[in-house]
Design a protein. Sequence first.
Length: 615
Amino acid sequence: MTEKGKFNLWYWVAALFGLLAIQYLVTLGQQVAPIPYSEFQRLLREGKVAEVGVSDRFIQGVLKEPLPGGQTRFATTRVEREIAEELDRYGVRYTGQIESTLVRDILSWVVPMALFVGVWFWLGRRLLGAQGGLMQIGKSKAKVYVEADTGVTFADVAGVDEAKEELREIVDFLKDPERYSRLGGRMPKGVLLVGPPGTGKTLLAKAVAGEAKVPFFSISGSEFVEMFVGVGAARVRDLFEQARARAPAIIFIDELDALGRARGIPGPYGGGHQEAEQTLNQLLTEMDGFDSRSGLIILAATNRPEILDPALLRAGRFDRQVLVDRPDKKGRVQILKVHMRKVKLAPDVDAEQVAALTPGFTGADLANLVNEAALLATRRGADAVTMQDFTNAIERIVAGLEKRNRLLNPREREIVAHHEMGHALVALSLPGVDPVHKVSIIPRGIGALGYTIQRPTEDRFLMTREELEHKMMVLLGGRAAELLVFNHLSTGAADDLQRVTDIARAMVTRYGMSERLGSVAYERDPRTFLAGPNALPFGPRERDFGEETGNAIDAEVRAIVDRMLERTLSILRERREALERGARLLLEKETLDEADLAQLVDRGPGPAAERRAAE
């Protein structure tokens, strides 16, 4: 039986004895009435006593007539004859029993003290969060897995082939340390997995332990830090002691940024308080205090490497940094195939097509996509998950849930239809732009009254100035259509304008794409992370330019946006007939797919039709 089970058992036993005692006292009170000795003397003189039982100190008996409470049995304590006669002479009511103060003392002292200790003990266990109470406060809470418990190997991890190749060397070292030490080399003490959330960093760490078949100590960085100074440092020491005892082993620290924030920097990017800094210092000391040839490897994961303390990243600590990035199209296909094995698919499902519709999705996003598609198929009572279920699931994830109960008046529906057709027509009219997959005026999400989804044909990692301008023109297509048709502005383009402004500002301040301001970077990417000996902690953004330059940047950003809007208006003026026709069709059908849009564009003159004819 566990400690918790024994604790609950004692509560039950105490409660049972309490109930029995209360029942006994109540029953005794109902059968025998305790009366003062003077009352007994009066009843005796009046001849109301039927029989008595006399002992040295007590008298019990039965009355001929019941007392006001209904009892016929009584009990009293004897009083010496001389004292009784003297008290009778003065008419004093007396008894032979002095009132006990034991119960009152218990209620006034013992019970409050016990209540205070109980509340303090309960709060202590809750705040400390230690399974063993105060005696376990400095013990590590790391979960220990063996190879059978992780149940994860490299076969279960897809889409991150480069990261897996980097980590295979760690697995080989844990299996055969002598092979790597025969030439005097050593494995890195620490390996830092860096990447956006959901890319599979924790899964990779478990796969390393599963492949190497070694104990796997897993703990989150936030679990080291407690409210008491020194607790985190004690837990770090205990964790390393446990791992050394079971080496070769892997220590995995998830969310390292919660423990390893840069010290000495005020604000949200610094270490914060003394407890966190002491814990980090202890971790640095422990990493210096062991030799990697002992078979102990430290893995850590973070999605915010820019705020880590530089001491963590120097040589001899986290020597190697492995990037676990968002998968490309090939990687997404592999990840989808892993998750699709768990669901029943229809013959029309093609992982290649699904991967083409999901650029930028992480492994966690793709797992959620497969699950959403399966739920949609189950909801409509299908026998298998079809390609349409995956398309609908992508729209739910990207654009949000459908809001068909959000009723728009005819005027608003007309504005939304022209707005979305403006996006679509501009995208269909420009070269090198991702093809339009679907246009809809069905409200989705929190504020989207309609949406236009484009399907990238390939993963892009580099964009030219022309391509950025085309992207801005597609975003401005909705605003331009409203200006052209209704000659007014609405709030429907708020998100589009924000994205356009961000692109234009990045072109001016980061990419050096402005003739007026030249090839100069005026702002740093907030995600920039400098590794190695020149690593710098991430701090608040500072202005790298003066007031005059700032005014010039603002003017140039506005000029770029205005120029793109004018070019967009020019395209839609040429395609005015197609814009009107497409808006009417959209109002009628609410959703247009690629085939509908292709048929619409091919019916009239313009850049898109000319491009198709040339092809």
